[in-house]
Design a protein around this ligand. Structure first.
Ligand SMILES: [Zn+2]
Length: 293
């Protein structure tokens, strides 16, 4: 285990900051689930030991389906992180969530179907609770950090996670709104599920860049109006997320945690761990070792 306190998963812009401002070091890491999207950048930033993973890899080469989610979460766990802050671009499904604002999500509707969404896919059965998929303590601290900044940040919101990589049809966009979705993106799942299985606190800052396609554009919009809107707002939203994460690192107090993320597996392992096959134990040992008597 390393000395990292907090993992950060997000866009490459944040990695550039860590490299330049904090003198971060890319560190090769291998896991039983392969290599992460890119070598995590480890740095001391705002007084914290952090490790950053660019979710889509250097050069943005992994599409949302092919991101190595398991390796990314496992790598951060191996490096010592107890908590993960993630950020990701989304579309807004609500009139009052304006592009450029931030949303500290509290719920997810998972519509993905082609991703490995568990560490425990063979050799043992594990059923973690996921009623609240984001850590309440991290959410609290993110919202508190946002209150100290001049940033419009929404406390709570339901993230609809679609498979992609194409954006929604208009009918789907209306359906997601009818389901109660507030933002739509392509990466929160299985990231949040895997973080819970790895007993990591995990919270997500969604960055709305556009109004998806449910909301008519005024006038006679160009055929690529949505893409223009997304690209135009992405940099602004990313900068604001960076400001929020930096402030979060200043106020984060792990000793005040009241969540159960760190013991999520305590009652969730339904297999007899003493009968675990050696190969399974070798593969998953670091996740379940402390529960083997
Ligand atoms: Zn937690």
């Amino acid at each position: 285990m390393g000395d990292v306190e907090i993992g950060i998963i997000g866009g490459t812009g944040l990695g550039d900051i860590l490299l330049k401002e904090a003198g971060g070091t890319p560190t090769e890491v291998d896991t039983p689930f392969g290599r992460p999207s890119c070598p995590p950048i480890i740095a001391t930033w705002e007084g914290r030991r952090v490790a950053f993973v660019a979710r889509h890899g250097a050069g943005h080469t992994f599409n949302p389906t092919n991101v190595p989610y398991r390796a990314n979460i496992y790598a951060l766990k191996q490096l010592g992180a107890a908590a993960v802050i993630a950020s990701g671009a989304t579309g807004s499904l609500r009139e009052n969530i304006h592009p450029g604002e931030l949303v500290v999500c509290d719920q997810v509707i998972d519509r993905t179907s082609r991703r490995s969404s568990t560490f425990f896919d063979e050799g043992l059965a594990v059923h973690v609770e996921l009623a609240d998929p984001f850590c309440p303590t991290l959410r609290r601290d993110l919202v508190a950090a946002a209150a100290q900044l001049d940033l419009t940040t929404h406390d709570g919101g339901t993230y609809v996670c679609m498979e992609g990589p194409q954006f929604s049809t208009r009918a789907e966009s209306h359906l997601h709104r009818a389901w109660g979705g507030d933002v739509i993106g392509m990466t929160a799942m299985p990231e949040a599920k895997l973080a819970r299985e790895a007993e990591l606190c995990y919270a997500l800052v969604a960055l709305p860049t556009d109004y998806d396609c449910w909301r008519p554009h005024p006038g006679d919009p160009p055929h690529d109006a949505l893409l223009r809107e997304i690209l135009g707002n992405l940099k602004l939203a990313s900068q604001r997320a960076l400001t929020l994460i930096r402030q979060f690192l200043r106020v984060y107090n792990p000793s005040s945690r009241t969540c159960g993320c760190g013991s999520a597996l305590k009652l969730a392992i339904w297999s007899d761990l003493n009968g675990l096959a050696p190969a399974v134990r070798q593969r998953l040992g670091s996740l379940v070792e402390r529960y083997i008597s």
